[in-house]
Design a protein. Structure first.
Length: 555
């Protein structure tokens, strides 16, 4: 019985077709899983604790200037009034964690929990009307339990996010520019002189300027920040800072080109200015965004939000020894409850260690998370290593010098794609450079098509693919495409090893996730485009051969 040889040509073509489908399904599933991520505590919120007692202030007013970068906030020529408040109050450099979008930032500010557990939407709501209501305890819920009156003026997402939090008054807008900010402040001013104990005012025009008017290096950004500073002056002028307290913060920064969402340091550093009743002025170095909610609880005398992972900033507050002791006792109980619920939710048997209560709790949560991840990563690492190393091993054994042209073409593709992405367009390898999902797909498709075609010419010319017949030309094209696929598989395998195929019970490492996602999207178009290049190569090879035959026959 004669066995027919394996038709690798047909298998390669079918393989590219299947790869394009697989990459499409994987990319859409990965993006969908990130958008719909739910905290392990979404259905198991820790129980609220006991209120801290007597308020330290008559009212707390939070002025949240969306996207205000720390460096912009420190510039007294751009924001003179904010820097006047700095001189009178407690100031610090605030640090957040990725993703640096508004929804996770706002949720972190109000719950005291980091995005991994606070159950926010990691990539922001898909539209103006689809914000997820808080599932976890927050400072507005705590204020409501203590019988305090609360109000919020700002973007429409706040209405939905705080819909279950006992909000007493609200003004919400779908606008983001300076006119929207004026309307927000106009609505909030009567509350400042009324009987409200917790008020949040959200100003959005700085973020709008960053996204739509040229980014933080454009004069429009500074103009927006100056206008926001003027509105801040209007807000504070209605308060009595011997009785009231005002907190000025941001939710994230923006990269120089405009945009945020990624883990760049500039997007994760924000201003913090706290001034007014019972505040000790001074420079306090660095603090974390999760420290806001428990500190607000201390000022208002409410319970500490049950998902809180931060410190009460007692060093900034005028406290009696008894008040300080009560805060530490409540914080210890809250942290113990949080860790117990979290460890149970992820199936961990880790225990709390010794040390300062918040630090010990954070270390224990990290140990529990890392322990489960380490177990899951064992098999993923093995699979990723095998897939990455096996083709390289086969190529080393073959030692075919012709392969060098295919490798050169594949590397040229990678260089050309990234030359346009990072050098010509100055984009970062993170969500900060992504306008939306449709833009990412379109941009990647265009760049892939251009880069793959130009790089394809290298092996085709080097191996004389255009002059050696249609079959040989098609084989060279297929070889080039599969080498490009292999090189792009390396960042995909790295992300798979670290983060898994999709986002599941914990947030991913965002740099590797983004680079992996970008490579998967490239897979779609390099595979589909590779089929087109293969057909083009065969047609050109056929035409060249027929032309040569015709010339030889007519001689």
């Amino acid at each position: 019985m004669i066995r027919k040889p394996i038709n690798w040509f047909v298998i390669s073509i079918v393989g590219l077709f299947m790869l394009a489908i697989l990459a499409y399904v994987w990319a859409t599933s990965l993006m969908s899983s990130a958008e719909s991520y739910r905290s392990p505590l979404s259905d198991y919120p820790p129980a609220p604790g006991i209120p801290l007692g007597t308020p330290l202030t008559r009212k707390v007013v939070i002025v949240l200037i969306d996207a205000l970068r720390y460096d912009t906030s420190k510039n007294s020529t751009i924001m003179p009034f904010l820097n006047e408040l700095r001189e009178k109050g407690a100031t610090a450099t605030m640090h957040s964690q990725p993703p640096s979008f508004s929804a996770p930032g706002w949720t972190t500010i109000l719950t005291g929990g980091w995005p991994d557990i606070n159950d926010s939407q990691p990539l922001n709501p898909p539209d103006q009307f689809s914000a997820r209501p808080f599932t976890q305890d927050n400072i507005f819920m705590a204020a409501d339990r203590s019988g305090l009156t609360t109000a919020v003026a700002g973007y429409s997402w706040f209405k939905q996010m705080l819909s279950n939090s006992g909000l007493d008054a609200g003004f919400f807008t779908t606008g983001e520019d300076q006119d929207a900010d004026k309307a927000v402040v106009a609505a909030a001013l009567p509350w400042l002189t009324g009987d409200y104990q917790l008020i949040l005012i959200h100003l959005d025009q700085v973020d709008y300027a960053g996204h739509n008017q040229g980014g933080p290096r454009n004069p429009n950004w500074n103009a927006a920040a100056t206008r926001a500073d003027g509105l801040l002056r209007d807000i504070v002028s209605t308060l009595d800072l011997t009785k009231d307290t005002v907190l000025v913060i941001s939710d994230h920064g923006q990269i120089d080109q405009g945009g945020h969402g990624g883990p760049e340091p500039i997007t994760l550093m924000e201003p913090f200015v706290l001034t007014g009743a019972d505040i000790i002025p001074g420079q306090y170095g660095d603090l974390n965004m999760v420290d806001i909610a428990p500190t607000l609880a201390a000022l208002l005398g409410t319970s500490i939000p049950s998902i809180n992972e931060g410190q009460v900033l007692t060093q900034m507050l005028l406290l009696s020894p008894e008040q300080n002791s009560a805060i530490q006792d409540r914080l210890k109980l809250q942290q113990a409850e949080l860790f117990s619920v979290y460890a149970s939710a992820i199936g961990s048997t880790s225990s709390m260690g010794d040390g300062a209560v918040v630090t010990a709790t954070q270390n224990a949560i990290k140990q529990a998370r890392d322990g489960r991840l380490a177990t899951e990563r064992v098999w993923r690492n093995v699979i990723a290593a095998l897939i990455a190393l096996l083709p390289a091993y086969v190529l080393i054994i073959k030692r075919d010098k012709k392969i060098l042209w295919l490798v050169a073409g594949a590397f040229a593709y990678i260089l050309l794609f990234n030359f346009r992405y990072a050098i010509l367009d100055g984009r970062t390898y993170s969500l900060s450079s992504v306008k939306n999902a449709s833009w990412l797909i379109t941009y990647t498709a265009t760049t892939t098509v251009i880069a793959s075609f130009l790089a394809w010419l290298i092996p085709m010319i080097g191996l004389r693919g255009f002059t050696s017949g249609p079959r040989h030309a098609a084989e060279i094209s297929l070889g080039y495409v599969w080498f490009a696929v292999y090189l792009m598989a390396l960042p995909i395998l790295l992300s798979f090893a670290i983060n898994g195929a999709i986002v599941t019970w914990t947030l991913p490492e965002f740099y590797t996730l983004f680079i992996g996602l970008l490579a998967i999207i490239q897979w779609i178009f390099i595979a589909a485009g590779g089929l087109a290049l293969t057909g083009m190569a065969a047609i050109i090879g056929l035409l060249v051969r027929n032309t040569s035959l015709h010339k030889s026959e007519t001689r």
